[in-house]
Design a protein around this ligand. Structure first.
Ligand code: CAP
Length: 462
């Protein structure tokens, strides 16, 4: 069969497709396998994306042919391919008519990922029309709830000073609660690290009451609201509900201090959607451990971190790990800024499509991965605002004077950037920020090379 005539139509314009609102649009970079013609491969890719096979089918009829996935852009030089997926191809919930991300991923990055004719194909962006986007739940709770609990402005309450409990594994219940308490003395939010769950040395039944007690003490002593974000990632919705119920019981007299998070990649869309449906009254964070296996910029397959992040907002994450845009220790660079913008705005430009969110609640960026007080000012300068949740691990618990000082150093780093102050000059009057230079010396040598001349025994300023 002539795939090219049927599955490629370069006369279709994106503006018309967007205006008509009848398709999901998807932008890929595709590289044919050796010896394969580009347009022939694009046509096979589109055919596989919709009808799911390459051979003539006696079972097809006019109705099914009208649901073909069509390539409306195909540029051999750059490999850019854009497909239009008719909305009727997607699966909608029996219960509430909502669309499903597992169906969406199945069509956009399903079997086509393994086609022998294709050396590599990666999904970089997608556009959803209003009629499809608004069937997703979106966030039920936003960062405004946390800002309110912290006594901040609810529109632009500034950086929530958060930490990820370290070491990642090995602390027993008392150690976890004490580490969290020490951080809360100076900070706002403590998040479980991704693999922290119900380990034998830290069973939830013991850990959660101690954590609640530590949070309560920190709130009473500081007079400020505090937040614990509990990891409820697991394989089974019943298990998730059981874990969350234990936390709800432990935090029964301070529910506004309890948030949940799940891994949007490893535990997947169902975990996130289920948590949103069952515990929507609580801030719901989306972690993404493992995501680089498919999203890494070094991989030319799978889908990008931008795609993963946009999906998490649709599924209802109140906050989403967005990476550090090259200012931390994980992959990424300054050009990743649109990732944070796409989830936190009412309309935003992605790498290939502008997206209007049609009133869906916003998600907040959760910034994590090697961030400390020294790296924060330049990260903030690149992002241009500080209305997000910081989740520092080593940057909080690696401070030489302990977690409380670590938390204060991070808060002071935000203040330094807000004042557009010179970090070394600012540090002179901000002891915890100054001690961050000693805590993260190799970063200080790169970011603030003159610091050793100012903070030295000779200047009597350590
Ligand atoms: C950070 C962290 C975070 C990842 C998340 C870790 O610790 O706890 O989970 O950085 O990355 O285990 O690496 P540090 P992302 O602060 O000590 O680096 O947000 O990019 O998914």
């Amino acid at each position: 069969m002539d795939h090219k005539d049927r599955f490629i139509d370069l006369s279709l314009t994106e503006a018309d497709l967007v205006a008509a609102g009848g398709h999901v649009l998807a932008a890929y970079v595709l590289q044919p396998a050796e010896g394969q013609d580009f347009l022939t491969t694009v046509a096979q890719f589109a055919a596989e994306s919709g009808r799911g096979t390459q051979v003539p089918l006696g079972t097809e009829d006019e109705f099914s042919r009208n649901l073909d996935v069509i390539a409306y852009q195909a540029e051999a030089a750059s490999g850019l391919v854009k497909l239009a997926f008719p909305l009727a191809l997607f699966d909608f919930n029996v219960t509430d008519g909502g669309a499903s991300i597992s169906s969406f991923l199945n069509l956009l990055v399903g079997n086509t990922q393994g086609m022998a004719e294709i050396a590599a194909v990666k999904l970089h962006d997608f556009h959803l029309p209003e009629g499809f986007l608004t069937t997703f739940a979106g966030p039920a709770t936003t960062i405004a709830r946390l800002w309110r609990h912290l006594g901040r402005d609810e529109v632009a309450g500034g950086m929530i000073v958060g930490a990820i409990l370290k070491p990642k594994l090995g602390l027993r219940p008392e150690g976890l609660a004490e580490a969290a308490y020490q951080f809360w003395r100076g900070g706002d939010l403590v998040e479980n690290d991704q693999p922290q769950g119900n380990q034998s040395f830290a069973p939830l039944a013991e850990t959660l009451p101690l954590m609640a007690d530590a949070l309560k003490r920190a709130q009473d002593e500081t007079g400020s609201g505090k937040v614990f974000s509990m990891n409820i990632s697991c394989d089974d919705p019943v298990e998730m509900e059981t874990r969350a119920a234990m936390a709800l019981e432990a935090f029964a007299d301070m529910p506004e201090s309890l948030a949940f998070h799940v891994d949007a990649y490893l535990a997947g869309p169902m975990a996130l959607a289920h948590a949103r449906r069952r515990f929507g009254g609580h801030f719901l964070g989306a972690h993404r451990a493992g995501h680089a296996a498919v999203t890494s910029p070094r991989s030319d397959r799978g889908y990008s971190a931008f795609v993963l992040t946009k999906i998490a907002r649709l599924l209802g994450a109140s906050g989403i790990h967005t990476g550090t845009m090259g200012f931390g220790r994980m992959e990424g660079d300054e050009a990743d800024r649109p990732i944070a913008c796409m989830i936190a705005q009412d309309s935003a430009a992605g790498p290939y499509f502008a997206q209007e969110w049609h009133g869906m609640a916003r998600s907040a960026a959760i910034v994590s991965g090697g961030i400390n007080a020294l790296r924060l000012p330049s990260f903030l300068e690149n992002l241009g605002h500080s209305n997000f949740i910081l989740a520092a691990g080593g940057g909080a618990f690696g401070h030489v004077d302990g977690p409380e000082a670590g938390a204060l150093s991070l808060r002071q780093a935000e203040a330094c950037w807000l004042e557009r102050a010179d970090p070394i000059a600012f540090a002179v009057d901000h002891p915890e920020f100054k001690r961050a230079f000693h805590s993260f010396e190799s970063d200080a040598d790169i970011i603030q090379p003159g610091w050793r001349r100012v903070f030295s025994p000779e200047t009597n300023n350590l």
